[in-house]
Structures are given as C-alpha cells and as structure tokens.
Design a protein around this ligand. Sequence first.
Ligand SMILES: [Zn+2]
Length: 142
Amino acid sequence: MSAEQPLIADLFEVDKRLTLKPVVDFNNYLRNAFADGACRCHRCIERAGDEAGYTHRHTFEIEGRTLNRRFTNTAGSDVLLMLKKAWLSYTKADLVTVGPLDMTTLKSFTEPSLHAHLLALLPASGLARESDGQWHLQLLAD
Ligand SMILES: [Zn+2]
C-alpha cells in the first residue's frame, strides 16, 4: 500500500499549485476578458459586425454564447503580464516570451472551462498565433 503514497502526494501537489494566487488570478482574468454580446465598438457598429479585414477578431462564439473581448484590459501586453506571473508561479521557471508556446503546460493550469477563452484570447490580443498545430508567442507590436 505504501507504493500509493507518492501518487497521492503528486495529486495533492498539483492541486496545491492550482490554488496559487497568480494561477487563480490568471483564470479569473480569462473569465473576465470577455463580456456578453457582440462587440459594440465604433468600427463594428459602423460595419454592422462585418469583421472582414480585421487583424484581430472582436466578437466570438464561445460555448454557444456570443461574447466580445474587453479591449481595455486585454492588450497583448496585459495578457502577457498575467500569463508570465501564473507561469512562473506554477512552473517555477520564467516563461520564454518569444517562440514556441507550451500549450500542454499552459492548459494544465487553465481551468478546462476556460480553454476556449484562452484559445480565443491568445490570437485576439496579438500575443500568440497557431500555425500547423503549434502555438507561438509573438513579439508585441504595441
Ligand atoms: Zn468591435
């Protein structure tokens, strides 16, 4: 029976890391990054919601709900700041901010119910993009 002890300890360790404040903050941030309804910015209203030609999307369908990204606190630099704090707290290592993004690690401290939000926010904020199944962090222009 003693062989099971390390396993239980491992599980406990995982749970404990998910309760670290920066990790909790990151999940709350993802949850609050979107507001209900379609984007009502000047540009979207003028174009009646036609996002053709947009570099980044404004309106999203996430789990059957229409949501818009809160621009005021979701610039790429804002997302990066929250991500860096959670990453350091969870992995005990600094996030490498340019190049391939380890989505397996990122998803391991992102609540499953927020994975869709994460996958929407990363490209919408300009922080990361996916190509051929691999996510890459980008140098931020803003
Ligand atoms: Zn808009």
